[in-house]
Design a protein around this ligand. Structure first.
Ligand SMILES: [Zn+2]
Length: 185
C-alpha cells in the first residue's frame, strides 16, 4: 500500500520480488505454479514462481501524476491443445495516469477515443493504493484466454484435428500404394 500521488510527486521507485502464489486471483485459474526459492534467489528475474516488479512514480510534462510499471515472471499454464504444461514468460511494461476519483476515469473518453488509444490507462490513485492489486490485474490480462504451445512437444509439428490429419493420411495412402506398385513390378 502506498500513497499513489505522493509516490508520483516524489518520483519514488519501488522494486522487489514476491511469490506468485500471493496473487490469489491470478493463480486461482492456473495450474500449480512452481515453488519459488525467494530466499535463495531474491529478485532474480526468471526464477520460477517469482514475480519481479518495478514501479516508478512520475509527474508528466502535462503536470499529471503517472505510475510506470514493469513486471516480469514466468507463469505455468495448461496448453489447451496437448494439455501439457506451457511456460509463459511475461515481461510487461505499462503506464498509468492517476486520477482522483471514479468519475475521472472516463472523463473525455467519448470525444477522444481514437487519439486516446495510446494514452496510459487511468487508475484511481489513493493514499492507500494497492500496488499488488495493480500488478495482479496486469498479469491476469497477460494470460491468454486459450493458452496453446506454438508447437506442442511430441506433436511433430503437425497440427492435430481433422484438418491436420487428412493430408498426412492421404500421403501415407499414396506411399502405401506406391509401395504396393513397386512390389508388383
Ligand atoms: Zn501444447
Amino acid at each position: 500500500m502506498v500513497d499513489a500521488f505522493e509516490f508520483a510527486r516524489r518520483g519514488r521507485v519501488l522494486a522487489g520480488a514476491f511469490d506468485v502464489e500471493l496473487l490469489e486471483r491470478l493463480v486461482e485459474g492456473l495450474p500449480v505454479q512452481p515453488e519459488s526459492d525467494l530466499p535463495k534467489a531474491p529478485g532474480m528475474p526468471g526464477a520460477p514462481g517469482v514475480v519481479v516488479y518495478r514501479v516508478r512514480g512520475l509527474i508528466g510534462k502535462d503536470g499529471k501524476s503517472y505510475l510506470s510499471l514493469l513486471v516480469q515472471t514466468r507463469l505455468v499454464l495448461d496448453c489447451q491443445r496437448c494439455l501439457g504444461p506451457l511456460v509463459l514468460p511475461v515481461d510487461h511494461e505499462a503506464e498509468f495516469e492517476l486520477v482522483r476519483n471514479d468519475s475521472d476515469l472516463d472523463a473525455g473518453a467519448t470525444e477522444l477515443d481514437a487519439e486516446d488509444f495510446d494514452r496510459p490507462e487511468k487508475v484511481v490513485g489513493s493514499p492507500r493504493f494497492d500496488l499488488a492489486g495493480l500488478i495482479e490485474d496486469e498479469l491476469i490480462l497477460e494470460v491468454p484466454f486459450i493458452p496453446r504451445h506454438e508447437q506442442c512437444p511430441g506433436a511433430g509439428g503437425e497440427p492435430l484435428g481433422p484438418q491436420g490429419d487428412e493430408p498426412a493420411e492421404r500421403e501415407s495412402a499414396f506411399a502405401a500404394l506406391a509401395a504396393l506398385k513397386s512390389k508388383h513390378k
